[in-house]
Design a binder for this molecule. Sequence first.
Ligand code: HEC
Length: 176
Amino acid sequence: MKRLIMVFTLIVVPTSVFAWPWSQDMMNQPSIKPQEGQMQPFPKRSVPVAGIPTVYTDREQTKGLANPIKVSQASLKKGETLFKIYCAACHGLTGKADSPVSNKIGAIDLTDDYVQKDLTEGWVFGTITFGSAIMPAYGKPGEGGGSNDLSVEERWHVVNYVKHGLAKAARNMASN
Ligand code: HEC
């Protein structure tokens, strides 16, 4: 009987326990190892760290583009938030070139006729995407402080705000 118990504790118990140091269960489980199998798609808001998520290469090509995002309260709100984050530092909170650095770097008033009437929405989109003479790019990383900070959709929201909300907001602010 004693012998039977010994056989049981030495042979049967260890094989029924999984966590012995020499157990390889974890390593041998079905899993996807690096470089193996199909790659997962990127999360929806990912943007490439290099490269431009549009097929255009300069403003000449974007100037005729129509804004694919309708002017709505929601779009204007998004555009305004992004404008305050990305544009106000140079063009001023009102867009009237009234930030402390506007004059020093020559950032222009975005509420006057030149931007409001003469420039097309596609051109403003292109300016945000590729930058201008001094202004940095927000859709093209690289020289001159260019970045990919704004997605294509976000840029169009900013265009909506610049063209359809900024001048009105500046007038309201002036009359308050
Ligand atoms: C670092 C400062 C700076 C920031 C930030 C900046 N701009 Fe500008 N922007 C300028 C300067 C300076 C000019 C005028 C000289 C030039 O064209 O580069 C300009 C010019 C422009 C023009 C006129 C382009 C043309 O063809 O004459 C538009 C439109 C414009 N900016 C919109 C924006 C918008 C929208 C944002 C935010 C996404 C923005 N800017 C952010 C500095 C800036």
